[in-house]
Design a binder for this molecule. Sequence first.
Ligand code: NAD
Length: 541
Amino acid sequence: MPLPRPLAILTPHSKHISSSLLTPRFLGESSFHRRFSTSRIIMALPLFKELVAPNGQKINQPLGLFINNEFVKSKSGDTLTTLNPTDESEITAVYAANSADVDDAVAAARAAFHSPSWSEINPSERGQLLYNLADLVEKNTHLLATLDTWDMGKPLSVAKEEDLSESVAVLKYYAGFSDKIHGRTIDVGPRKLIYTLHQPIGVCGQIIPWNYPLVMATWKLGPALATGNTVVLKSAEQTPLSVLYLGKLIKEAGFPPGVVNILSGYGKTAGAAIAAHEGIDKVAFTGSTATAKSIMKAASVNLKNITLETGGKSPLIVFDDADLEQAVKWGHSGIMSNMGQVCTATSRILVQDTIYDKFIQEIKAQTEKVSVLGDPFSEATFQGPQVTRQHYERVLSYIEAGKAEGATLVCGGTKHGDKGHFITPTIFSDVKDHYKINQEEVFGPFLAIGKFSTEDEAIKSANCTSYGLGASVFTNDITKAHRVAAKIEAGMVWINSSQDSHYAAPFGGVKQSGIGSELGEYALTAYTIAKAVHVNLGTHL
Ligand code: NAD
């Protein structure tokens, strides 16, 4: 009797095991190896699947790897399964890349980089393709926002009004730069002309996290494509769906085959293969500091150009002359938005001792008033679930650490509901600089509040971690605001706001929060090389 047709192979890194999968466990290890060890099993997953989201949105979801403008199966048949963090139900499996698929994607990107349809394209036409893509993303706002809400758990209203509108704006912003990539002339006297050409780097590997799937994809694709590079982009294994759908729109926008290749896959397989690939000229990464370190090592194999955007433990300083109401509102949204899963979250608030008790009272009241937890598809919801069970358990472990260290639990600190990964918004006060909950990135709805008396103390506490991503200063003293902003070790400082970034300004960190800048004109530098051309205008040596 023929064996039942296996539906998938689980890789050693698979986190989500679909009940519909026939695995060695079900066959029995020895039986599996006897029957299947000489050839890989090709799985029965289709390349597209009709999905119906919890809000009724119908989606013709691509499941394949997007290589050369086509959705294809992974060579090994490997898949990964994505779950709804609200109730842990399975959404779908998608094909997962490993190093052989990365090889194919890199070959496609390399061929596209040299093909006349991309390398000789008029820069304004390159910009037009990005405008086309922006229009298609805008037209599909509801569908794409639905996918990110379903896959990641962020409130639909936020996905639409913040993530999707930012993604469209970023694509348009870089579309406009496509025909404005200017070199320089350098005056060194009459006998010689020097000019620079700002040329694309080549094939760029881009590795993104799960907290803003589409935003992270467009932040990276926009400047890379505007400057004429080609791309192999890997989504996070927790949130592959919207980024795969973007592949469909990239083809529809008219990009030539191979210019953008999108892979779903695990970090330790597909991500590591991208970082170490000798056919990739640059790697741009957003994710944790620990992963950035391993990418940096792997990228040394061919001395890749690198941009790393990593974690943070961003401080928000409140001086006693600040507008308290504003400081409370920004302080709350600065940590609790996106379920605290924001790299620039102002997760530490430092309050001057003269207003310390009042501030705590008011931010507690604001948190209790605003934080409606629940179904992210409901209009009323402010806070959805944490992205995965593993991440949820990690955040809960920091709550225990805070209690054990002697911090005061002001509110929250509990699980919420009987299914899904919900955590009540948690605030600890009386947090000392050296506490673990003050030093380590929690990446959840988790705020640590500490106290200072002088400006010097505030700056010292603000700079006391290994991170340096964002920082906020609340004061009505304009001189003090600028003085403190200059002394804080961070890539971005907001005065009287929090996490108030803009795509036209550089975004990046110092210390262990990253290397290089994304966004703004600065990102154009990150995706080009300045080639110096020396022209001898004299007649002899
Ligand atoms: P992560 O580092 O585990 O994963 C991020 C991406 O890297 C994923 O696509 C993953 O598959 C891939 N990856 C994992 N291991 C890899 C490896 N060995 N080689 C190559 N790729 C690998 O991070 P995460 O936990 O998924 O994301 C949360 C982290 O991202 C937080 O620390 C947060 O601060 C950070 N983040 C930073 C920014 C920023 O701009 N600075 C933005 C968003 C998130």
